[in-house]
Design a binder for this molecule. Structure first.
Ligand code: 4AD
Ligand code: MG
Length: 510
């Protein structure tokens, strides 16, 4: 409690209380107004007093006045702060370097400069966190993406990466919206599992056994019965199998989780840790599955166009700048135009067998221009073939279906011909495969036969087979690689640039 006697001290305390009250009020107003730079630039009013906090992008100055470009990550645009040298002094202004965290209070005024409606005429400046300009790695100039990959802890502060990660958020939100609006339930499937959903053996082992002198069984193999889980465990390569169990109960489900693959693919489209969205729907066939996948991708692209235009305009400019160095015939379509094109046009649908015919007879193949020549039915498609179909042959996204059973996973439904399975891959320009999915084999006998043929241990997967024993039904689903979607919507070309911290072979920094 404040206790005071005498005229003067009462005045001091009144003044103190008044100021305190005012600052609380101001803080409340700030909170109410939610003063992020994005909101200030959109709905600010000239003449209002505001406080804003963020990081300095640049400061340039003359003798009388300094201009600070301030960004708080809420928008691609900076707020220009005008600081009079006389008011703040050289000493303080010298601390306001690129990368420093500052708070500014002042009045919003109409901007004299072009491109912005407002600027902030500073009346108070607070340096919250200094940044040594000699040492701060992110200079106000164009850095290479390779350099920024090594600075993954600081790159979100650049215009490019803040735009990418805002879009990443928007897409996460859109994905949940899409499924929620359509009555799908989100299921958290386990990250640690004891099964290999894809049967491809590209798993990261999860173990607490000592790396040196691990216990071995009679045959000299590591004895996982002594391990933490009492059996061999790994990080999941897909939530599909567990997703199927839930689709057999809740009808429409989707998973959205981290996925791990120990494939040694050092490409611009592969990560060892990536995020996958896997819807699974009871009573769906391949046709329904294709319709859902196409509707889903178009919804996400439209969402980006409707909600991320500022960032898209910036990223489109960035891409155009990068493409300038390429020969004209290798340049991709302008980013926003490309997104509109994909959202507004039907995808092409054809079977693997039809695609092979097109590829086999293509000039590319005949002139030996494919690194992996197409000899005929049975060849697994490489990304060069997928991109040929999408970018050269059809100039549209393509859904390829009914692949040979030999090159697809054990759970895919056998077609009547006994040769192909009801698989589908959605292929996108610049990316190749963005979605992989199928109708599932619901017939117990056929599924068990496939598992035997492909050496999938049935004993460990009785829980999976139970869904075929008790109330089994036709069902289908697919997996969308989240980072591949992001490559497409941001126009970035390396998958390491659309995930906050990339995990790739020989790279697990941060
Ligand atoms: O085609 P995939 O392997 O399919 C599955 O995992 C199925 N269980 C999905 C399902 O039917 N529920 O992977 C699906 C997608 C690919 O199309 C690709 O977009 C992405 O996941 N993907 C990767 N993304 C980044 N890095 C990797 N190493 C990826 N491997 C697959
Ligand atoms: Mg696939």
């Amino acid at each position: 409690m404040v206790c005071c006697r005498g005229k003067n001290s009462t005045f001091v305390i009144r003044k103190f209380i008044r100021m305190d009250y005012l600052s609380i009020l101001q803080a409340r107003i700030n909170k109410m107004k939610n003063l992020r730079i994005v909101d200030i630039l959109k709905t600010g009013q000239v003449g209002t007093q505001i406080t804003v906090k963020g990081w300095v992008r640049t400061r340039r100055g003359s003798k009388n006045v300094n201009f600070i470009a301030l960004n708080d990550g809420s928008t691609i645009h900076n707020l220009q702060v005008v600081a009079e040298v006389e008011l703040f002094g050289e000493e303080l202004l010298k601390l306001i370097n690129t990368g420093a965290a500052i708070g500014v209070t002042g009045k919003l005024v109409e901007s004299a400069g072009s491109g912005q409606s407002f600027e902030l005429q500073a009346s108070a400046l607070e340096v919250i966190g200094v940044s040594d300009p000699e040492k701060y790695p992110i200079q106000p100039k164009r850095h290479s993406l390779e350099f920024l990959r090594e600075m993954a802890h600081l790159r979100p502060r650049t215009a490019t990466f803040s735009a990418i990660f805002r879009m990443r958020h928007a897409m996460i939100f859109a994905i949940h919206n899409f499924f929620n609006e359509r009555g799908f339930y989100n299921v958290h499937t386990p990250i640690i599992t004891s099964s290999d959903a894809e049967g491809a053996g590209e798993m990261f082992r999860v173990s607490t056994l000592p790396a040196k002198d691990a216990p071995v069984d009679e045959d000299g193999n590591v004895d996982y019965s002594q391990d933490f889980f009492g059996k061999a465990a790994n990080l999941t390569v897909s939530g599909q199998l567990e997703g199927e169990l839930f689709a057999m109960a809740l009808s429409r489900i989707y998973t959205f989780g981290p996925t791990f693959r120990a494939e040694n693919s050092n490409t611009s489209r592969h990560l060892a840790e990536f995020w996958m969205i896997e819807p699974e729907v009871a009573f769906f066939d391949l046709q329904d599955n294709m319709d859902l996948a196409e509707e889903f991708l178009k919804y996400l692209i439209r969402y980006a166009l409707d909600h991320c235009m500022d960032d898209l305009v910036f990223l489109s400019g960035r891409l155009a700048e990068e493409e300038k160095n390429k020969p004209a015939d290798q340049r991709s379509m302008e980013l926003i135009e490309k997104l509109r094109f994909v959202a507004d046009n039907d995808f092409v649908r054809l079977t693997y067998t039809e695609a092979i015919e097109i590829l086999k007879n293509s000039k590319q193949n005949k002139k030996g221009k494919f690194q992996y020549p197409i000899t005929g039915y049975g060849t697994d498609l490489q990304s060069e073939h997928e991109r040929f179909l999408v970018e050269v042959e059809f100039k549209k996204p393509v859904i390829l279906t009914n692949y040979p059973k030999e090159i697809k996973a054990f759970y895919m439904r056998m077609d009547d011909n006994g040769k192909t399975v009801s698989a589908m891959d959605v292929l996108f320009p610049q990316i190749g495969e963005i979605i992989g999915g199928s109708q599932r084999e619901e017939r117990l006998e056929l599924l068990e036969r496939r598992m035997d043929e492909m050496n999938i241990p049935k004993e460990d997967m009785q829980w999976y087979l139970d869904t075929r024993r008790f109330g089994g039904c036709p069902h289908a689903g697919f997996g969308l690689g989240f980072e591949r979607l992001l490559l497409f919507v941001t126009g970035m070309t390396n998958i390491r640039d659309v995930i906050p911290f990339a995990r790739t072979p020989k790279n697990c920094e941060f």
